[in-house]
Design a protein around this ligand. Structure first.
Ligand SMILES: Nc1nc2c(ncn2[C@@H]2O[C@H](COP(=O)(O)OP(=O)(O)OP(=O)(O)O)[C@@H](O)[C@H]2O)c(=O)[nH]1
Ligand SMILES: [Mg+2]
Length: 463
């Protein structure tokens, strides 16, 4: 992609080489102890890095090599084998443009020890022309190198951060071009229409009125497709967010114990003193169809002091912000006054204790023996994710995408409206070209540094 002096990118031909002087490197796996780590380099220095540090002057493409990674040879002993061995590892070379970024790419798979990874990184950063990659820079290079469009690039980021299986599937479909293909068809339709209209302008100088009515149905078709896309954003907007499941109940009901039992970790303070939890606490729980934020709250009842009152006020605020409310009640105590309001799920705790009595509409659980927790998880999973599915549809997920589609639709509306008043054809053609322009922005065929910066800064380093 080429950039003019205003920082605006114009679509570039697939065959042109991206013009980067530097080579970027980053750890693509999370920092920490693991079996293997992945270090990735992209840029023109890949071949010479392999020659200097891996002792390979000639590299077969996409071939998995095993060998020693050595430090730069000491002065006076230029032969590659004289450097210190930092690790023996597998590595692969991809030659641009047939690589993920479109440039030469070298991937190293060292052992996942951070002391070792740091030494390798430091050695690589000492190599002339190699620098640390910024967030999302590999994906940005793939975009600027014409390997993927902007929608696909955004989807790569979402694929990594998706917190629900549906969000993951949607991102995978977009990354594979599922939205780009129909959007490019719409863009082509609009460009085609504007060109034909302009041809009509030339004819209309000689002939009588152009036939507006024949253009309208094609434009209506584009409009319907844009409306469908925009409508999908209603679901897409919430797709990435993990739902808030607020746990509510009387003091001592076993709310904090329930969360500890669900996440199988002693996360929250538990005691037989009523009023143990004061502030709300968020804990992430992984369910089969995605992550949810469990929110532990202070027990609701009659406040005994001012602090109690403040704590309960906070609980009420959580109550309002909940996607799903779960009511927890001690199954061994006489049922206290239940709060008014809707609860998606109701639980009776302490089913392991004598004196436990079950009740209709409640799931019986023991936070001690974990009996009933599996049933609770399954019910919660079904409940939380039932309305979040998108089926076979592919939905827009970001404000940017939604706004571009809406802007295109507004221009199409204006053109359709204009046709009724039989205006100058140049004006109609202009509106339609503008509509096509918004779709080009959506695909990243026209973009600015500012927009790209915003999109890629949300990525992690190494992607
Ligand atoms: N036997 C048994 N004891 C439980 C169970 N769940 C909770 N408890 C006990 O009940 C007491 C209260 O539990 P908590 O989890 O602190 O209750 P809470 O609802 O968070 O209470 P507050 O924070 O005061 O609102 C503790 O002594 C727990 O050990 C259970 O399923 N079985
Ligand atoms: Mg508690």
């Amino acid at each position: 992609m080429q950039r003019d002096e205003r920082g605006v990118y114009a679509s570039k031909l697939q065959s042109e080489e991206p013009n980067y002087g530097d080579t970027i490197v980053a750890l693509s796996t999370p920092p920490g102890t693991s079996g293997l780590a992945i270090l990735r380099l992209s840029g023109p220095a890949c071949r010479s890095v392999a020659q200097t540090h891996l002792g390979r002057a000639a590299l077969e493409l996409r071939h998995v090599y095993y060998g020693a990674f050595r430090t730069r040879p000491p002065a006076g002993r230029p032969e590659a084998a004289s450097g210190e061995i930092l690790d023996r590892l597998n590595f692969v070379f991809f030659q641009g443009p047939a690589s993920s970024t479109g440039e030469d790419v070298l991937e190293l798979y060292p052992h996942g020890n951070m002391l070792l990874v740091d030494r390798l990184l430091k050695t690589l950063l000492d190599f002339p022309g190699v620098r640390l990659a910024g967030p999302g820079e590999f994906t940005r290079r793939a975009f600027e190198g014409g390997k993927i469009d902007l929608l696909q690039a955004e989807a790569v980021g979402q694929l990594i951060h998706a917190q629900t299986v549906e969000a993951l599937r949607n991102a995978q479909r977009i990354a594979a071009g599922g939205l780009s293909i129909p959007l490019k068809e719409l863009r082509d339709s609009l460009v085609d229409l504007s060109v034909r209209l302009e041809l009509d302008v030339d004819f209309s100088e000689e002939e009588a009125d152009p036939d507006y009515a024949s253009w309208a149905p094609r434009l209506e078709g584009v409009r319907a497709a844009l409306i469908k896309l925009a409508a999908g954003f209603e679901k897409g907007r919430n797709l990435a967010r993990s739902p808030r499941v607020v746990i509510l109940g009387a003091p001592n009901a076993g709310k904090s114990s329930l969360i500890n039992a669900l996440v199988e970790e002693d996360r929250l303070l538990v005691s037989d003193i009523p009023g143990t939890t004061r502030d709300y606490v968020e804990v992430t729980l992984r369910l089969p169809r995605g992550l949810v934020q469990l929110v532990d709250t202070a027990g609701l009842g009659r406040p005994v002091d001012g602090l109690d009152e403040l704590a309960m006020e906070r609980t009420r605020r959580q109550w309002e912000q909940a996607d799903v409310r779960v009511w927890v009640q001690d199954g061994t105590a006489a049922p206290g006054a239940t709060l008014e309001g809707e609860f998606a799920l109701k639980l009776l705790t302490k089913s392991d204790l004598p004196g436990f009595a079950s009740a209709d509409g409640f799931v019986a659980v023991s936070n001690r023996t974990r009996a009933g927790l599996q049933t609770f998880r399954e019910r919660l999973d079904a409940l939380v994710f039932q309305d979040r599915g998108v089926g076979e549809d592919i939905v827009l997920t970001t404000e940017r995408q939604f706004r571009a589609v809406e802007a295109a639709r507004e221009r199409v509306d204006a053109a359709l409206q204009g046709m009724r008043g039989k205006p100058a054809i140049e004006i109609l053609a202009f509106e339609i070209r503008e509509a096509a322009g918004h779709l080009q922005e959506l695909l990243g065929e026209i973009s600015t540094d500012e927009i790209l910066g915003k999109i890629f800064s949300g990525f992690c380093i190494g992607k």
